[in-house]
Design a protein around this ligand. Structure first.
Ligand code: SF4
Length: 221
């Protein structure tokens, strides 16, 4: 099997081709967490193939750089779980499962959100983030979809971006249940999918059509 065909049959974001001809392999890190067994496997692979180590990214990924083409399939096979299970990446903090400030269970909501977002076919990549309180440690207000936990419910935001042209997201709703939050997110994404240009991120989309148009589609006003 050719290398490109091998990469294409792997889960999303499992392997990246670098400009110097080497590859970066991405062990699966679900919501920023790794089991002891997964960590041991990664360490064993890095040592066995004399790789430089691992690199952690701002997006809660772990990268193994400098993998040459001749060992790529072996490294992937030895790691076992690579890339992401779902199309769209969701970040989360511990929320009330481990942070003293946490108001809600951001980890559980993020797990459900990853599965929920997988049903959509969107015109561009999106990033989502779930913070367990208004301190917003996982930067939910600069993500396409953001959730913030409060003691009375969730704040839902849309259209944020932290890239070279940052945009603070607009709040679509406050103090809603997780079920209501998913309904709101679903309607906002349906409107985005139907009206956005190819590769137009939600931030640029909201700037072009206006947040009132998004709210009208979400709340039928
Ligand atoms: S947003 Fe920060 S302070 Fe708040 S629950 Fe998450 S990690 Fe804790």
């Amino acid at each position: 099997m050719k290398t490109q065909e091998f990469i294409e049959q792997l889960p999303v974001r499992a392997v990246m081709h670098r400009a110097d001809g080497s590859f970066t392999v991405v062990p699966r890190v679900a919501l920023g967490s790794l089991s002891a067994d997964a960590l041991a496997k990664i360490n064993a692979v890095v040592q066995e193939y004399s790789l430089a180590g691992v690199r952690l990214t701002a997006g809660q990924h772990m990268m193994i750089d400098g993998v040459s083409e001749d060992i790529l399939s072996d490294v992937v096979a030895r790691l076992g779980e690579v890339g992401d299970t779902y199309k769209y990446k969701v970040q989360a903090c511990l929320g009330n499962t481990g942070c003293k400030f946490g108001q809600r269970d951001s980890m559980e909501l993020a797990r459900n959100l990853e599965a929920f977002l997988d049903k959509f076919n969107l015109p561009s990549k999106i990033k989502a983030s779930v913070s367990g309180c208004s301190m917003c440690c996982v930067e939910s207000m600069v993500r396409d979809i953001g959730l913030l936990g409060k003691n009375v419910g969730w704040t839902v935001s849309f259209g944020g971006n932290a890239g070279k042209k940052p945009r603070q997201a607009d709040v679509l709703a406050e103090d809603v249940t997780s079920k209501e939050a998913f309904e709101i997110i679903g309607k906002a994404l349906d409107f985005y999918a139907e009206n956005a240009r190819i590769k137009e991120r939600t931030a640029r989309f909201v700037e072009r059509v206006g947040i009132d148009a998004v709210k009208a589609a979400v709340f039928d006003v």
